[in-house]
Design a protein around this ligand. Structure first.
Ligand code: GLN
Length: 541
């Protein structure tokens, strides 16, 4: 089979769910036995999102090969169960960096280097490169049609259709069909306008995916068909769903995957969706409530903790529990309010993070969880602060701190290792990607994973200071996971506590709905168990 490409563009406005839509199409094609990959092209100038803060860009998703990528790659992995790589996400910054490096090396000697053809050629090269091991690539163009920044990408994909062969490329355009309350109507004009915008660039969409909050009547489909040069059955509703994992089945019912295969000339069996149906059935029949408090800094934008929220949701379904997430702002609360909020949750989670702000609040939350026997999971910064907390309050080193805090102390229990001390560049220089870890026998961590050696994804600069590890252990902190050479602390726990676990890596990046992560399964199970033991009367609204 010739390689096939689906380009997903977005119109009208951002946040319509292009990433999730591309991922859901991936689910359906994988379920039909096709070798698929998903790609995200981002129009900004940062080389990767690693240098942006979560409020700018949402979570930074980390791949096994250590790329800091757009959060849509997390959706791709969760929906298709296929590992992403560095090549699956590139930005305008990457593209210019490559082209300019080549210009300096003299590769274009004598010529003027221009957006067309040099930048567009580089975009096309990176698309072919991302698709090298698969039969079909689903490529999302970041931004919205009409953005200045997206233009080179749209021009590149326009050219791509001729390069790859007309029958091997499909353009899918996601738009919004809003419902206007006062007139009681769904409106197609925004869709018409954004398709016009695409046509001006030379791209005729083959399929139009319409985000709506209600069913799309035939008359609306006919109208879009008429104005946008597509058949009625090429107008597909992307109606809001309660659970994003319903999307693949919803698309299938709309005939989306059948249309895609028809248009690309692919023959494939019907999709096998049993496992997804089981997952959704289990999610909707779950009964046991569980309330998890996430004590963090980026609590006002849910996208900041995308993978974390998903991992908690997968593990809740895995425990037949109904998850209620409570974000607790580590900065905003006075100690007394913080404790009040924590009292109400069944499990306390301190996620990853950067910078000193909110650290003392997080440490207070950890003291609470440790002393009150409340299930606790500390991820990356969360684990580092659990070590600081333990040193301060169990070892009684009142000056214990992390190098990330502006405190000078003989007890800097979380430190920069030598490799990190000499680094001056900020982009792509943390300890990144998959690292092996060995789990000590007889520990909670080992029981959860049921394996001795694991691989998890990292994104941090600091480590537990090896100088203080012996004292921490003697004081009762169990080092349950280390790097294979035993030098780096990767997981900690407190044995007498019902569930007190910290990990230097980010387990949330590897959780998938159909295979929830063992650390999250264990944490939710412990939180559900805690919920059962507390009197119903002390659970406040
Ligand atoms: N800021 C800490 C470090 O750089 C933790 C990072 C994180 O939580 N991802 O080591």
């Amino acid at each position: 089979m010739r390689k096939k490409f689906i380009f997903v563009t977005g119109g009208v406005l951002s946040s319509l769910g292009k990433g999730v839509s591309g991922a859901a199409i991936g689910t359906l094609l994988v379920a039909r036995g096709i070798r698929v990959t998903n790609v995200k092209m981002d129009p900004y100038l940062n080389v990767d999102p690693g240098t942006m803060n979560p409020y700018q860009h949402g979570e930074v998703f980390v791949t096994d090969d250590g790329a800091e990528t757009d959060l849509d790659l997390g959706h791709y992995e969760r929906f298709t169960d296929i590992d992403m790589h560095r090549r699956n996400n590139f930005t305008t910054g990457n593209i210019y960096q490559n082209v300019i490096a080549r210009e300096r090396q003299g590769e274009y000697l004598g010529r003027t280097v221009q957006v067309i053809p040099h930048i567009t050629d580089e975009i096309k090269r990176l698309i072919w490169n991302a698709a090298k091991d698969v039969d079909l690539a689903i490529i999302e163009v970041g931004g919205t049609v009409g953005d200045i920044e997206s233009l080179p990408f749209l021009e590149a994909i326009r050219q791509f259709r001729t390069d790859a062969g007309r029958d091997n490329v499909l353009f899918l355009h996601l738009t919004l069909v809003p419902y206007i309350k006062s007139s009681g109507e769904l409106k197609t004009k925004p869709t018409q306008h954004s398709v016009k915008g695409l046509l001006q660039i030379g791209i005729q969409p083959d399929i139009i995916l319409c985000r709506t909050d209600r069913p799309l009547p035939k008359s609306i489909r006919e109208k879009i068909s008429l104005f946008c040069n597509v058949e009625v059955d090429e107008v597909i509703a992307a109606q809001d769903v309660k659970n994003i994992y319903e999307l693949p089945s919803a698309f299938h019912e709309e005939g989306l995957d059948d249309r895609v295969l028809e248009k690309l000339g692919i023959w494939a069996a019907k999709p096998r969706m049993e496992a997804w149906q089981d997952y959704l059935a289990r999610a909707s029949s779950a009964l046991a409530p569980v309330r998890i408090g996430v004590v963090g800094k980026y609590v006002h934008l849910v996208d900041s903790y995308k993978s974390l929220n998903e991992a908690l949701a997968h593990a809740s379904v895995g425990n037949d529990a109904v998850l209620e997430l409570v974000y607790i702002d580590a900065e905003a609360l006075e100690p007394v309010n913080l404790l009040e909020s924590l009292e109400r949750v069944d499990g306390v989670l301190v996620p990853g993070g950067f910078g000193e702000r909110g650290m003392e609040g997080k440490i207070r939350a950890i003291t609470f969880a440790r002393e009150a026997g409340r299930p606790f999971l500390g991820i990356c910064l969360g684990m580092q602060l659990a070590v600081v907390e333990f040193a301060r309050n169990v070892l009684k080193w009142s000056d214990a701190c992390s190098r990330e805090q502006s405190i000078t102390s003989a007890h800097t229990v979380v430190e920069l290792m030598n490799e990190q001390r000499t680094i001056t560049d900020k982009g792509g220089t943390m300890r990144l990607g998959a690292w092996p870890c060995c789990l000590a026998s007889g520990t909670l961590a080992r029981r959860l994973y049921d394996r001795e050696r694991i691989q998890e994804r990292h994104r941090h600069r600091l480590e537990v200071n090896p100088l203080h590890v012996k004292d921490l252990e003697q004081g009762g902190l169990q080092i349950c996971g280390t790097s294979p050479d035993g030098k780096l602390v990767e997981m900690i726990e407190i044995t007498e506590h019902p569930f007190f676990l910290g990990c230097q890596f980010h387990p949330e990046f590897k959780s998938r709905p159909l295979s929830p992560h063992p650390v999250f399964l264990g944490f939710i199970a412990a939180s559900v168990a805690f919920r059962r033991t507390r009197g119903k009367s002390d659970i406040h609204g």
